[in-house]
Design a protein around this ligand. Structure first.
Ligand code: ZN
Length: 467
């Protein structure tokens, strides 16, 4: 089997940051060699200078490859449990091939796609059709969530649990046709489901009321900055209170998606003490943008839930730092630029961002003094644990070699053309971020080198979910 020595990196895991080497053998991490405080490597307990490691390694494995990576950070490849790759049914915007390639270039080596495609992933047949669609075409390892409807609980219960990530519930959101605001069906899912329940948490009635008021005041021409008042903080809070109360009383495994308010972060912190199976996600978008950006970026940052105030952004950054926020999902949701150019009422919600996630996290980590170990947890380790993705999401001997290396000091300006999204734009255009993805290894194979693809063959594998 082919061996590769990744020489002289700084490894970042959820527990610690340390200098060392990684030996990849086949599709796995065979060995991690630590460099001690004297700058000496200690394979098998004996100290030796770093150059010796390379020499000894090549003596033992003459046809192996050595890649020197001094100064770079290594994280486990990202696991993004919240993407909208638009296939089947909306492939003018994006598809599994195009967006998983962008994901890989952003250091995301596994993804779990959401069910609001066309037709929506709400039956076993559609789940397996989607798995077949991704097979041989996905650049990253892939899996899918199933969408809850008012009457598919029994059907979902029959699907082997290792075949899907979790059950997505749109609690009163108008995205797609999976609105589940019937309290009976909702609490029945919370009571009976053993899998992770992921909620999009916004109260539809509150939003409808706000929308009517806005139309009354502005007619058809609603300014985009009103998005945060229409899809208001009260809508989020009201729905999240309901989800948390149910999950606390029923012991549900609940994952609250894309937190956008300070209040929800505080509520989650308290709820975790009562039910430790409650977890939370935010996306890089809510850590980066605030309502002050609407006048400049308008439709480009229109997403659901809405981007809220600067105080919310600060609270979410603090929640990432403290661990109240467990995971980062991109909520990568491409739309055509022509669709986004429409007036407020017609412009679809959602924005493409998966290639920027890691850079935003590293930039925010520097600004807020967030330890890199927290970034490793939120980018991959916690996601792997929550969804039961075994032997991935962590830099550990024996695990799959899904690894991303990053130059933490290199700054760059985001350009639409460099993103690789089919839709051709991102709200991060012209923004300066810090931390570039240099290499990406997936299942032991180097697919990205110096930020560029090494070949044109997608090699993502199907994920299994053992939780
Ligand atoms: Zn989403």
């Amino acid at each position: 089997m082919k061996r590769t020595l990744l020489h002289d990196l700084t490894l970042v895991t959820g527990n610690e940051t340390f200098r060392g080497d990684i030996i990849i053998c086949g599709d796995r991490i065979e060995k991690i060699i630590r460099t001690n405080e004297n700058g000496l490597a200690t394979p098998a307990g004996t100290e030796m200078p770093l150059d010796e490691v390379e020499k000894v390694f090549l003596e033992q494995h003459p046809d192996a490859e050595v890649i020197r990576l001094t100064g770079l950070l290594a994280f486990a490849g990202g696991i993004d449990a919240h993407v909208h790759f638009r296939e089947p049914g909306m492939t003018a915007k994006a598809d599994i091939g195009s967006e998983s390639k962008a994901a890989l270039l952003g250091g995301v080596t596994s993804f779990i796609d959401m069910p609001n495609v066309n037709p929506p992933t709400t039956t076993a047949e559609r789940l397996y059709a989607k798995l077949a669609l991704a097979s041989g075409r996905s650049w990253a390892n892939f899996g899918f969530h199933i969408g809850a409807t008012a009457d598919n609980a029994e059907e979902i219960a029959k699907i082997p649990s290792e075949d899907f990530g979790g059950i997505k519930i749109f609690m009163g959101s108008s995205t797609g046709n999976m609105l589940l605001d019937d309290d009976g069906a909702l609490s029945s899912f919370f009571r009976t489901t053993r899998k992770e329940i992921l909620v999009h948490s916004e109260d539809e009635r509150t939003i409808r009321r706000n929308m009517e008021a806005a139309i009354e005041k502005y007619g058809e021409d609603i300014p985009f900055r009103l998005h945060a008042e229409i899809r208001s903080r009260q809508a989020c809070i009201k729905s999240t209170v309901k989800a948390l109360e149910l999950a606390m009383s029923l012991g549900t495994r609940l994952h609250v998606l894309h937190l956008s308010t300070a209040e929800e972060a505080e509520m989650i912190r308290a709820a975790k003490r009562i039910n430790p199976k409650i977890t939370a996600e935010t996306s890089a978008n809510y850590l980066w943008f605030s309502s002050e950006d609407y006048d400049r970026l308008g439709s480009r940052i229109k997403c659901n839930p809405s981007v809220k105030g600067a105080g919310d952004r600060a609270a979410l950054r603090a929640a990432l730092k403290s661990g109240v926020i467990d995971t980062i999902g991109s909520d990568h949701a491409p739309h055509l630029a022509t669709e986004k150019a429409r007036p407020y009422l017609q412009a679809p919600s959602g924005l493409p961002s998966i290639r920027q996630t890691l850079s935003v996290l590293l930039s925010v980590a520097e600004e807020e003094d967030i330890p890199l170990t927290r970034i490793a947890e939120a980018f991959s380790e916690n996601t792997a644990r929550i969804f039961g993705i075994r032997e991935r999401g962590v830099l550990k001997e024996g695990c799959f070699a899904d690894i991303v290396t990053v130059d933490p000091h290199k700054e760059y300006v985001v350009k639409n053309d460099d993103c690789g999204y089919r839709c051709g734009w991102t709200p991060y255009e012209d923004m300066k971020l810090k931390g570039t993805v240099e290499h990406v290894f997936i299942n032991g194979e180097m697919k990205v080198k110096d930020g560029k693809l090494t070949d044109d063959i997608p090699s993502g594998r199907r994920l299994r979910f053992e939780a």
